[in-house]
Design a protein around this ligand. Structure first.
Ligand code: GLY
Ligand code: MN
Ligand code: MN
Length: 436
């Protein structure tokens, strides 16, 4: 992504903070996996959104109206030995030259420099409660200034969550962001197609997972946006199943919930299909019901409609269908009011999607469901999960778990399905799996 995009975001943030105030945002840290091995580094999404800087041990500071420059980056100094062992890092020079910070200071000097930057500022915007070290340091720095009040300096008086500003910005995707999201969606959709084509009885769930990862990596997307769920048979009823070690059996379904990350932007797709390429009759009936619920929900995704309308549409279709198939008994309205569908559909219709798979952004404003607007991206993912030990339904339904999930962009006139590249009708899935 071009620096100009990050610069535009910083400018917007700086305008929102206002002169006389300051904002701080910290990078993610390296985390040890075991002894000398670290978990792969993933930058904090807010920090990356504003800086494009992909290193740990960094802190960005924004001071509207500061004469020497409004954007300061604290980061690791360039260290030749570190470069030899761990590879490139920007250093102070790189921070100003390549990442367009107005000033760069060593992160090791934070305690000496930051109190001075906080002096005489009224409000401090920061990711409140999300980084214990920053929370604690900030209070220390403020106390340090207070202790010098006799010399005339004033300590900040208001601590404000920066999320309110940054997360609202992140909710609306720019053209550049949508390009990355489209790429994540397209590669992920193709990965699902490959997985469907490779699937057959006798394979293990992890072997199907390998097809997805292979495809993501082959296309340059080396990170998954979240651990892939590859769940056959009743495993699909565990919403966050990630063991992925069971054998696929003829007659069972396979649910795959997987998405790649493209330059920090996520895709999130779920498809459910028969291991052997043909749905059984009960599978077909439940699958079509979930698909009908998804299509009904999608009709509710357009500007001006409320966030929860898609969920309500899915609940209505699923409840009605469950009564028709005999899994629920009673009056539709009462079953909905009493939330009886929740024993089989226990999650909501979806979530915002962006740099985080469950992306930031409020779902309610002033306690009212939010209105959909162009540029928002969300998932639509109804499901039905019939527990294997559910005594209240006929045996033929038990142990079936189905979810269908697509990534949707709200456009000026309606919506665009970013993940349309992977089939979801019964006919299309069966045709693909049988090589037609
Ligand atoms: N993959 C997580 C979700 O669908 O929300
Ligand atoms: Mn999702
Ligand atoms: Mn998902």
């Amino acid at each position: 992504m071009k620096q100009s995009e990050f610069k535009k975001r910083r400018k917007h943030l700086i305008n929102r903070i206002g002169v006389g105030n300051i904002a701080l945002i910290s990078s993610a840290s390296m985390r040890t996996r075991n002894r000398d091995v670290d978990y792969p580094f993933r930058q904090d999404s807010d920090f990356f959104y504003l800086t494009g800087f992909n290193e740990p041990d960094a802190l960005a500071v924004f001071i509207p109206g500061r004469e020497q420059g409004e954007y300061i980056l604290f980061c690791r100094e360039f260290d030749e030995k570190k470069a030899l062992w761990e590879g490139a890092h920007a250093g102070l020079e790189g921070a100003t030259k390549h990442f367009e910070a107005d000033d760069a200071f060593p992160i090791d000097d934070l305690d000496d420099i930051l109190p001075g930057l906080l002096e005489n500022k009224m409000k401090v915007f920061y990711p409140m409660g999300r980084n214990r070290e920053l929370d604690a340091n900030l209070l220390e720095w403020i106390n340090h200034i207070r202790n010098q009040s006799r010399s005339g300096v004033i300590a900040p008086t208001e601590l404000i969550s920066i999320d309110v500003i940054v997360h609202e910005m992140r909710l609306f995707k720019s053209t550049t962001e949508l390009k990355l999201m489209r790429q994540a969606a397209e590669v992920s959709a193709n990965g699902h197609v490959k997985a469907m084509q490779a699937c057959k009885p006798g394979l293990y769930e992890y072997q199907v997972e390998a097809e997805l990862i292979y495809h993501f990596n082959q296309n340059g997307l080396r990170n998954v946006a979240y651990p892939s769920i590859v769940a056959t048979g009743k495993n699909a009823c565990t919403l966050h199943y990630t063991e992925n070690n069971a054998k696929l059996k003829d007659g069972d379904l396979l649910l795959i919930d997987a998405g790649a990350e493209c330059d920090h932007y996520a895709a999130d797709i779920t498809r459910t299909f028969p291991v052997s390429g043909r749905f059984t009759e009960p599978q077909k009936q439940l699958y079509q019901l979930v698909l009908n619920a998804q299509l009904a929900a999608l009709e509710q995704i357009k500007p001006g409609l409320l966030w929860n309308q898609a969920h309500d549409a899915s609940v209505e279709v699923l409840t009605k269908g469950l009564v028709e198939l005999g899994l629920l008994k009673g009056k539709i309205n009462k079953l909905i009011k009493d939330e009886k569908y929740k024993q089989f559909y226990m999650h909501r219709i979806g979530h915002w999607l962006g740099m985080d798979v469950h992306d930031v952004g409020d779902y309610k404003i002033n306690q009212e469901w939010r209105i959909l607007e162009p540029g928002m991206v969300l998932t639509v993912e109804p499901g039905l999960y019939i527990p294997a030990n559910c005594k209240t339904v006929e045996a033929k339904w038990r142990g079936i778990g189905i979810r269908i999930e697509d990534d949707i962009l709200v456009t000026a006139t309606g919506h665009e399905v970013l993940t349309a590249g992977v089939p979801k009708s019964i006919q299309e899935i069966e045709a693909l799996m049988q090589g037609q």
